[in-house]
Design a protein around this ligand. Sequence first.
Ligand SMILES: Nc1nc2c(ncn2[C@@H]2O[C@H](COP(=O)(O)OP(=O)(O)O)[C@@H](O)[C@H]2O)c(=O)[nH]1
Ligand SMILES: *[C@@H]1O[C@H](CO)[C@@H](O)[C@H](O)[C@H]1NC(C)=O
Ligand SMILES: *[C@@H]1O[C@H](CO)[C@@H](O)[C@H](O)[C@H]1NC(C)=O
Ligand SMILES: [Mg+2]
Length: 450
Amino acid sequence: MAGSTRYLRYILFAFVALVVIFFISSSSSAVPGADHLQSATDLLKGQGSLWKGTGSSSSSSPAADDALGDKAASDAKPILDSGAVNSAVPQHTEASSAPSQQSSSPNPYSGSLGGQNVLPGKPAPGERMNATFVTLARNSDVWEISRSIRQVEDRFNHNYNYDWVFLNDADFDDTFISVTTALTSGRTRYGKIDSEHWGFPSFIDQEKAKKVREDMHERKIIYGDSISYRHMCRYESGFFFRHPLLLEYEWYWRVEPSIELFCDVAYDPFKFMADSKKKYSFVLSLYEYVETIPTLWDSVKGFMKQHPEHIVENNSMEFLSDDGGNTYNHCHFWSNFEIGNLNWLRSKAYVDFFDHLDQDGGFFYERWGDAPVHSIAAGLMLDKSEIHFFNDIAYYHVPFTHCPTGEQTRLDLKCHCNPKDNFDWNGYSCTKRFFEMHKTPMPEGYEKEQ
Ligand SMILES: Nc1nc2c(ncn2[C@@H]2O[C@H](COP(=O)(O)OP(=O)(O)O)[C@@H](O)[C@H]2O)c(=O)[nH]1
Ligand SMILES: *[C@@H]1O[C@H](CO)[C@@H](O)[C@H](O)[C@H]1NC(C)=O
Ligand SMILES: *[C@@H]1O[C@H](CO)[C@@H](O)[C@H](O)[C@H]1NC(C)=O
Ligand SMILES: [Mg+2]
């Protein structure tokens, strides 16, 4: 008898052990954070290679979708409210349906997650501008854009509740929509990009473009072999402001994944832009990587000759050229941050400019970025008084930081950037030239911080 009991005990033990082993092995592929680790590794890889000249985004998806037409304008809040269960945020769903007396959390917001989207904070008094945030992103960017959104909301938008438009060349997935909707205090809107605006125009010689990519790959030019990066640059240069969702707004603030805002934004920059008659703004400026734009300035000169009516008298040529416009000095405003006027981008002048550049083919035969394209357009077709440098918006996008010059400014705005990281007065920045062109003194404290 005792023997068979022991026998039974062994069987039971083996069974339990098997169950445990099975459980561990089946759940190891779904360890929480595994995706995150994966993307953190990618991010690190990307950062490490950024200035060594290897493209970190080499995915080449030439206009994957043939689906024409814009199935945009799906406001995500109704989607969530209508009870569509979202696997990405089960906690929220549970939290909102759990009886509140069962909550043991001292956090007053813990019981109201699902329905409450407004971050603590009073809405700022005063009017709102006809403005939106705009982000171009892939579904895989969700966690990186979440970090950006959280900082923009904490530092500014939780008091202003401006809308946020997300654009993508593919359909946004449920995770992207539910996570970004939960993080924002304003209305979120999700648009798909028309395949006509994200692909090769018919006049581009595919063979020639391919050879360029292969050559740039050999020469290790950052993003040099990427097709999707070129579509992105062309889209940001010529089309985002014409997306049906953006037609509804006059002002935009561009936000990219993985950026940081280090200081409070204590006023409404959109209203500032409108009140002081600004059309374009920047926080960081630098010299473009010459290999990506060898013939851009030739194309610009062709445009100036063909459309002298679009070049304004009081322009910023001095910022762009050291020899009165003969050659480009490669200075540009870094366009991953922009607050600007959409009606200016939709103007005949800007669209003629984009069309001229596009016809010359440099988005594909070279690797023209949207930053020099926007910058040269602003420099030649806006009055120089219409371009604004936001010293007080502290910003990071790998690998550069703009930390406001002036200690009092940083204290007043509760900044958490290290002033030593400020790039503005570094030799590779063009911001000093901007001040010289305007013949205005550098911000107070500048001597101490260069
Ligand atoms: N939908 C979509 N967005 C993209 C793609 N490539 C880049 N982006 C977005 O375009 C912006 C610039 O891309 P990023 O990788 O940050 O380029 P970098 O800042 O020049 O290194 C970011 O907002 C990206 O999320 C793409 O293939 N599809
Ligand atoms: C916002 O601006 C757009 C573009 O100028 C315009 O079409 C729209 O009517 C404006 N909306 C409001 C509420 O003023
Ligand atoms: C030219 O731009 C400057 C800003 O640097 C501004 O002060 C000036 O009024 C502008 N001049 C004209 C003629 O518009
Ligand atoms: Mg970026």
